[in-house]
Design a protein around this ligand. Structure first.
Ligand code: BTN
Length: 327
């Protein structure tokens, strides 16, 4: 969007009611027909703008696209989302963010795509990424912490997403499935893929890649009963830009607190409160084989605590949990 168009959009956003066409012309030093041209451009981009003769223009609706001009005016962050790269389509936002991080992009830089052709999930799975429906984005983090602490970042992101969904989306009650899925009614609405580059005792960067099913209306047959969306669960459409801005506003202070803490701090009781696996019998696939037992809670650093049939407690730092039977 060119600067004049986005300037008009900012003025419409900031106006208390109608904004007179005459005032717009004189304040911006442009003609009435130029103002009209920019209003038409904004309408083409999906903004609803009322035009009433004698009163002027009023913004009555935004398309909620996850584009910088729809996100940045609503940010209260210092770093997260201050640089945004938006693409209509990308193979994977994680892949692009990784390239930018290697080139030196700053912490908080966000890469967003309306669709992905090779969206990646955990364990080498694919992440369904159709256009005009969901959020697919990656945040570049440069935490000055030893790599051992990095397995806490997905938990941190999950807590921030859960908080945002609870605060923004009515009529849904979400849970966190360790380590980093957000579920509604047992179906997945959001996934997180953290990828990182480290040395044994130094972290270069972490890419927190997040996919949220926002306005998806139809779940593909192979994901029936497994995946869902905020729209299916709540019965409403949601503004993707509003959700993303709210999430970045929530994520940054939580991340800053985590940097100061030794472990998960206040995030731990929060995750415990919304832990979907708690009390359930599960099997967890780890790189060194699987372990089964009943989930008793979370350790101080976010490990999943399991009690096996012999009464031995296991603290698992990473893996994929599947439910064996409901408690
Ligand atoms: C999971 O398997 O649950 C993790 C899914 C993560 C998907 C997101 S979408 C944005 C970012 N780019 C990717 O390629 N993957 C992540």
């Amino acid at each position: 969007m060119n600067t004049l168009t986005s300037d008009i959009l900012d003025r419409l956003r900031g106006a208390d009611g109608f904004l007179s066409g005459g005032e717009l012309c004189s304040e911006m030093g442009i003609t009435r027909s130029a103002v009209w041209k920019h209003i038409s451009l904004l309408r083409k981009k999906g903004y609803s703008i009322e035009a009433v003769s004698g009163r002027g223009y009023r913004l009555s609706g935004s398309p909620g696209l996850p584009v910088p001009e729809e996100i940045q005016p609503f940010l209260s962050t210092a770093r997260f989302g201050r640089t945004v790269e938006y693409h209509e389509t990308l193979e994977s936002t994680n892949q692009r963010a990784k390239t930018l991080a290697r080139e030196g992009a700053a912490e908080g830089c966000v890469v967003i795509a309306d669709s992905q052709t090779g969206g990646r999930g955990r364990m080498g799975r694919e992440w369904m990424s159709p256009p005009a429906a969901n959020l697919y984005f990656s945040v570049i983090l440069r935490p000055p912490v030893p790599p051992l602490r990095l397995s806490q970042i997905p938990l941190l992101a999950a807590a921030a997403i859960h908080r945002t969904v609870e605060a923004t989306v009515d009529n849904v009650s979400a849970m966190v499935k360790w380590p980093n899925d957000i579920l509604i009614d047992g179906r997945k609405v959001c996934g997180i893929l953290c990828e990182m580059e480290t040395e044994p005792d130094m972290t270069h960067f972490v890419i927190a890649g997040i996919g949220i099913n926002v306005n998806l209306r139809e779940i593909p047959a192979d994901l029936e009963g497994i995946a869902t969306s905020l729209s299916i669960e709540s019965g409403n459409e949601w503004s993707r830009s509003e959700i993303l801005a709210a999430l970045l506003n929530c994520f940054e202070p939580m991340y800053d607190e985590w940097l100061e803490a030794e472990d998960l701090g206040d995030i731990l009781p929060y995750l415990d409160r919304y832990a979907w696996l708690k009390g359930k019998e599960v099997s967890v696939e780890r790189y060194k084989g699987s372990v089964s037992g009943k989930v008793t809670g979370l350790g101080r650093s976010g490990e999943l605590l399991l009690m096996d049939n012999d009464g031995t407690e296991h603290a698992i730092t990473s893996g994929e949990a599947t439910i064996r039977k409901e408690a």
